[in-house]
Design a protein around this ligand. Sequence first.
Ligand code: F6R
Length: 361
Amino acid sequence: LLGDYDHYMLKEMFEQPARLEDTVAYPALSDALFGDQAAEVFPAVSAVQIIACGTSYHAGLVARHWIESIAGLPCQVEVASEYRYRQSVTLANTLIVSISQSGETADTLAALKNCDRANVLARLAICNVDHSAIVRESELVFLTRAGAEIGVASTKAFTTQLAALLILTERLATHHRPDQFDAAPVAAALKDMPSAVARVLSHSDKIAALTPQFVTKHHALFLGRGIYHPIAMEGALKLKEISYIHAEAYPAGELKHGPLALVDSDMPVVAVAPNDELLEKLRSNLEEVKARGGQLFVFADEAAGFKPGPGIEVIPMPHCSELVGPVVYTVALQLLSYHVAVGKGTDVDKPRNLAKSVTVE
Ligand code: F6R
C-alpha cells in the first residue's frame, strides 16, 4: 500500500494534486452538487455558521474570509466542542456548515444535533466519508474526494475541504451578489490548484534541508496575516502533532502585543508571506523578529522580494493566484512538519496520544 513512500502521510501529501482534481471534477458548478434541496436553500441564506474541530476548523477559518469577502454573507466559525455548550445567538436563516474528514467526530455531531432549529435554514456537511453520522444528520452534503486518509495528521482531507469550501463560496456568491460576482477567478483557481500543489511538492527536498534547524528546538512560532493566519495555525498544529515541538500561530500584527517577548535565537519563526496586500505589513512585523535575534523562515512568493541573509532563510514559493495561495502554502508547511518529524524519529503516521477519529467527547 505504501509503495515508494516511507509513510502514509508522505504518500497522502503527494496524492493531493490527484485528489484535488477529483474533488473539483464536475462538468459545471451547480447547486445540485450539494444535494436536491440546495437550489432552494442557497438563495435564502442570510448567514453562515461553520462548526468543526482541529484541522477541519482551520479550513472553516479560511472559508470565512472567502464567504464574507466574495459572497458578502456574515460568517462565524467556531470549534464544535465550544459551540455545542455555548448559548450562542443564531441569526435568522443561518446555513450551518459542518466540516469533518471522518464524519464521526463526536463534538461536531453533537453541535449539529443541538443547533437552534428555529433559525437554522439547513445543515450542510462537507465530509470525506459518505453515510457517516454527520452526513446522515445533514440536509445538504458535499463529499470531498480525498480518498481514505490513514496518516493521523490530516493533509489531503484538509486541502480538498478548502476546494469544497471555495465551490460553496462560488455558489453563495452567485446567489447573493449576482451583479458584482465574477465567477471566472474562482473557476480558474479550482482548475489551477492541482498543478500549483504539484509545484510545491517538487520543493520537498529544499524544505527537508531546513530540518536540522528545527529538530533541536522546543518551540516555534508561525506567523501569517489575513487568510494566512489560519494557514499558519494549521502549520503549527501539524508541527506539534507529529514532531512534538510546541508551536503556536499568531496573526503577525499581534506580535508586539505579547509573543515578541518569546523571540530569541532558540525560537524559529516561520512566516507565510504570499504577495498579497498585507505583505508590507508582514515585512515590518518580520523586521521586529529579526531585530530581536529570532531565526526567520519565510515561505515567500518569488515576487515578494525577500532576500536570505543572516537570521533569515527564504523558501521561494511558486507565484499563484490569491485563491490558490492558501492551499499552496498549506502544502509547504505540511512538508516542513513531515521532514522535521522524520528528523526527530517520531511515529509520523501514528503520533502519540492521538486517534484518527475522535468519536468520544
Ligand atoms: C489533525 C487532525 C484533527 C482533525 C479533528 C477533526 O491533523 O486531523 O485535528 O481534523 O480531529 O476530525 P474530523 O475532520 O474527522 O472531524
